[in-house]
Structures are given as structure tokens and as C-alpha cells.
Design a protein around this ligand. Structure first.
Ligand code: PLP
Length: 379
């Protein structure tokens, strides 16, 4: 199978990830932060090491400001629902994933005012438009760093500067960028950064995290056992315990840390560069096919490793079905982003999304192109 559905979750993972997940499960799969026996201590050490590795990766100075979650959605919910209260105003965009749009929609029914700024046909947010929407009660700006539908990369550094100058919290959804695009929470003035562990960071599914800047006091999303202050009925008020109730996914966290170690070993830039070359090749070949409609930017500039297309008038799910029969894994439909399709004209069927990853080759892209040609001509 040629897997080009890496925007959903990366596959395969580096072999070190498999080895270390298994090693954890077999040799020290105990509960960290609870007991004082050697296995629990080893698990705790591995979790702390992972927290440091994640912190260093995003240039976070205090590792305790990273909390582990089970995916990006959980981090986004913790940040969004922990900050916004009735009467607050929040600015986001129409290119967001439902993991932002749905929490915002539910908060809007509880008295939070939500403004969704539009994007152009390439998915780009105009910062001047965003600035115009700032009000006295604007508490937070939330933006998708890279789109999972169009691949569009937003200018988060400029938006971060704007948020800082206006005294507004800046939250970034790094689901499609973490691991390949450079993120520095200080340089980019990011207050809250939600990221999945299972996409560009090359860790296992069931992993993710949230960076919370030190001086932000969020309401905890869930409460329960943390292994700390256990004789108190109150949830701890310090990070990461405030947000990490219940047994952690230690094998997953170990795998995530191994994924990042792999990225550091290969070089994030080299990974990004490899994906850039694959995307440029894919776009070049797609542009030769007059029956293909490409959405978003026409080159790799301002794009991550995501390309959405359609074949003529064919239903995207049918194209996905036929590609699967030819041994090619893509995602089709709306990609959990409910609003952007109204802008790019794909409300009827969504798109076919091709998202190559580090382990894909130029031969894989050639096979995708060949398969698309065959599907169009009915072979
Ligand atoms: C832009 C974006 N945000 C959020 C998510 C949710 O990520 P997760 O599945 O890790 O919760 C995704 C997943 O595809 C995404 O692409």
C-alpha cells in the first residue's frame, strides 16, 4: 500500500518508535508518579525526559508548561474552554478544523462571542481583516498554523505580534505543522500551542500535548488522581498535574519522545525539504492533467505537505475508493473542516487529499499520478 494520508496520522513511524513503545510495555509499563518502586520510577523518568524533549523542540523554557494529552483535539479543548468565559470575545477563522470550530460553536451558545474571519481562495488569512475584528473584550485569537484541507501556512509570527501588542492571548493549532515547520513559542508570541503527537512528530496515536504559558491559569478540563496532593479533594493548582489526571499513556509518550529524537537526528529542515520536493513534484505533474482541479496555493510556498484535488466532476469518495483498490491510501471528503469548503467550492463532495510524509518517495508520487490518470480514463 502506498500511504499518502499522513495529514491524518503519519505511517509508518520510525522503527525506533516501535522498539521503544514495545520496550516500555514489556519492561517498565508501570504507573508513573504514583508508586516508589523501580518500575514506576523508570516510567516517571521516561515521561520527564519526554517532557523535556518536547519543550526543547518548541523552545519552551519550562518543561512543566507542557502537558500531555491524547491528541490535538484534547489540547485545543483544554485551551479554548479553559480560557473563554461568557462575555468574552474570541477571533478565529473559517479554515479551522472542527476541533476548534465545534468547541467555539458550543461556547457561543453559552455567551461567548465568536468571530470567524474569512480567508481567500488559497486559504490565507488577511491580518488587516483580523485586526479589524479586535474588540475591547477580545480574549483570544486562535489560528490553524497549517490547513489540513489546503495546506495553507498562516503568518503566525505576525499574528502573534499583533495579539501581544493588543494584550490578547494567542493560541495556535499546530496539528499540521508540528514536526516539519519551525515553531518557537517565544519568537512567535504563542501563549497556547496544541499539537498532536501522532502526525508530524512521528509518535503513536493517542498522543499529543499542549503548551500553556506560565502565567495563564486555565480551568482544568478534567479532575482526578494525579499522584500529587492525594489527601486533598482539590485538583492541584500547578502544571502539569493540574491537567494530567488519570494514568498517562506512558508507552505513547515514550514513542512520541522517540519520534522527536528521530526528527532531531534526521534534521527537521531535511524532513521539511524532502516533503517540499515531493509536493513540488506532485503539483508539477498534477498541473499537466487538465482533468484535475488543484485547490489552494499553486506551489509549495506557504503550503505544508497537503494537496487537495478533485478529478473533473467525480465524487471524491469514489476517487478514494478507486485509489484504494489500486493500493493508494488517501483521505477524501471534508476532512473535519466544515467551513472552508464553502469558500473553495467543494461543498458537494469535498476533496481528495494527498499528504505525503517523510517516508514517501518520488516513485510513490509517480504511482499516485498514474493511478489518477487511470481512474479518469476508466482503466
Ligand atoms: C488542523 C487540525 N486540527 C486539529 C486536528 C485534530 O487532531 P487530533 O486528531 O490529533 O485530535 C487535526 C487532525 O487532522 C487537524 O488537521
Amino acid at each position: 500500500m502506498i500511504y499518502v494520508d499522513n495529514a491524518a496520522t503519519t505511517f509508518p513511524k520510525p522503527k525506533e518508535v516501535y522498539t521503544q513503545v514495545l520496550d516500555c510495555m514489556k519492561n517498565y509499563g508501570a504507573n508513573p508518579g504514583r508508586s516508589s518502586h523501580n518500575l514506576a520510577l523508570k516510567a516517571e523518568t521516561k515521561v520527564s525526559e519526554a517532557r523535556e524533549i518536547v519543550s526543547n523542540f518548541f523552545k519552551v523554557t519550562n518543561p512543566f508548561n507542557i502537558i500531555f494529552t491524547c491528541n490535538a483535539t484534547e489540547g485545543l479543548n483544554i485551551g479554548i474552554k479553559g480560557v473563554l468565559k461568557p462575555g468574552d470575545h474570541v477571533i478565529s477563522t473559517v479554515i479551522e478544523h472542527n476541533s476548534v470550530l465545534r468547541p467555539l460553536n458550543s461556547l457561543s451558545k453559552k455567551g461567548v462571542k465568536v468571530t470567524l474571519v474569512g480567508v481567500d481562495k488559497y486559504g490565507q488569512v488577511n491580518i488587516a481583516n483580523l485586526k479589524k475584528e479586535i474588540k475591547k473584550n477580545t480574549k483570544m485569537i486562535i489560528i490553524n498554523h497549517a490547513s489540513n484541507v489546503l495546506g495553507t501556512i498562516q503568518y503566525i509570527n505576525s499574528i502573534g505580534k499583533l495579539a501581544k501588542s493588543e494584550g490578547i492571548l494567542f493560541m495556535v493549532d499546530a496539528s499540521q505543522s508540528a514536526g516539519t515547520i519551525d515553531i518557537d513559542v517565544c519568537r512567535d508570541n504563542i501563549d497556547l500551542l496544541a499539537f498532536p503527537g501522532h502526525k508530524g512528530l512521528l509518535g503513536p496515536q493517542g498522543t499529543g500535548g499542549l503548551f500553556i504559558r506560565s502565567d495563564i491559569m486555565l480551568e482544568p478540563f478534567k479532575e482526578g488522581g494525579t499522584g500529587s496532593n492525594s489527601n486533598s479533594m482539590n485538583q492541584p493548582d500547578f502544571n502539569p498535574d493540574r491537567f494530567e489526571s488519570g494514568t498517562l499513556n506512558v508507552p505513547g509518550i515514550v514513542g512520541l519522545s522517540e519520534g522527536i529524537k528521530f526528527i532531531e537526528k534526521v534534521g527537521r529542515r531535511n524532513i521539511q525539504n524532502h516533503e517540499k520536493q515531493l509536493i513540488e513534484y506532485l503539483l508539477k505533474e498534477l498541473k499537466k492533467l487538465d482533468f484535475i482541479k488543484i485547490y489552494g496555493h499553486t506551489s509549495y510556498k506557504n503550503r505544508c505537505s497537503v494537496v487537495s484535488i478533485n478529478i473533473d466532476t467525480m465524487e471524491s469518495s469514489n476517487v478514494g475508493y478507486l485509489l484504494n483498490k489500486k493500493g493508494i491510501a488517501v483521505r477524501t471528503g471534508y476532512h473535519c473542516a466544515s467551513l472552508i469548503h464553502g469558500i473553495i467550492g467543494t461543498i458537494k463532495w469535498g476533496t481528495v487529499r494527498i499528504s505525503p510524509g517523510y517516508f514517501n518517495t518520488f516513485d510513490d508520487i509517480e504511482s499516485v499520478i498514474k493511478a489518477l490518470k487511470e481512474i479518469y480514463t476508466g482503466v
